[in-house]
Design a binder for this molecule. Sequence first.
Ligand code: FAD
Length: 463
Amino acid sequence: MGVQETDVLVLGSGPGGYASAFRAADLGLSVTLVERYPTLGGVCLNVGCIPSKALLHVAEVIHSAQDASDLGITLSAPKIDLDGVRAYKDRTVQQLTGGVGGMAKGRKVNVITGEGRFRDAHTLTVSDGSEVRFKHAIVAAGSSPVTLPFIPHDDPRVWDSTDALALNDVPNHLVIMGGGIIGLEMATIYQALGSQVTVVEFADQLVPAADTDLMRVYQRYNKDRFTVHTGTKITGVDASGKALIITAEPTKGDAITLEADALLVAVGRRPNGHRIEADKAGITVDERGFIPVNAQMQTNQPHIFAVGDIVGNPMLAHKAAHEGHVAAEVIAGHKAAFEPLAIPSIAYTSPEIAWTGLTEREAKAKGLKVATATYPWSAAGRAIGANRSEGKTKLIYDPDDGTLLGAGIVGINAGELLGELTLAIEFQACVEDIALTIHAHPTLHETVGLAGELAAGTVTDIP
Ligand code: FAD
């Protein structure tokens, strides 16, 4: 409480905030971290990346048990103890948020719990009554789920992702509005736990940011698991009766009516730029709530930086953390810039959908010359042996010099396979480099090497 002086104020303790705070402290600066919630880690650790991945692991275990009969093993149907599953998810979250808390303590970061608002360009007031005077600030206040005016968000059967991850109930029929990454991860979890799941997506395909050929593989594999309506817009929700009555209008054909026990609204996230009184510090915020920054992560006020979801898409934890490091380093006087060639995106679904660098669609939209090479997992021993040969690995490259522009993978562990491809793009590797790198046999990453060989012409057919 009272007035506190600091070299660096960090507002928000998500991956952008804690990465900035820790880097700044490691570089010898005094740091004050203000977070409105009692645990550190932001959306990602508390109600985002981590609890969802714990529950997706549970879903994977259930699916593996259900698929065991294909392998000649008879297992009885999984019996789900929802309290036990919730406890597993909570333990996972606590281990990580506790770890971040310990790391803050270890670095003597001054943590203040309370809601912060700017008073002027060098002062933040906090709801616990304290006031922080800062030389530099890093705004890492994140984003919140988008709400829509025609949806009765105050009805307990209407969920956002935080409600879905609370795992209070497994509805008989769950309708998910939005077939993006978060919507499909929740579909995977609730279908495994026993819900009938219907996904309604406005765009023509699920995960609109991913290449269509990858999404076709995903949708074919899941055709019996979920009902999917693409090119369809939810236009009304009637919450007056026992069931939610949801009206949806496809671009072609007649309106659909769905009866649901719960509706998860997963139509995106809105940056929190308008919730921190940024104007009092003279920080420009655009009409959507994003704070514009340069490659050094500086706002229009050169001593105030912003990182993470609040500065723009993609809204991903690893992007936020890297931006946080840049901001802290620039404040400490280092020469640093956020200029990645590739930011990986992953849907941790079954199968996983993962891409890095440019998608084929983005590369073509940029007017680049584009070639692709795709290796099907139906020809990959490791995938066949795992009874999961539905996947494929695709490289997107410049046909003139073979430079790798991007890569997309759909299949089990696709997210793990993306690491070498992100590195390859950052190193401006070409497809020959990938082809000449010895990939172990039989592995899933062998499909990366074989796609490279197809592109380089050293393999010309697929068994
Ligand atoms: P946040 O993590 O949102 O943190 C912002 C923090 O600021 C919050 O703790 C908030 O309480 C605090 N705050 C805001 N305003 C104030 C204020 N005025 N005063 C005090 N504190 C304030 N990303 C991935 O990369 N991988 C994933 O697998 C993944 N899964 C996700 C699953 C779900 C369900 C969701 C919702 C998101 C997921 N994301 C994932 C996205 C990821 O969580 C975000 O990109 C990431 O958390 C952004 O970090 P950030 O530091 O910008 O903000």
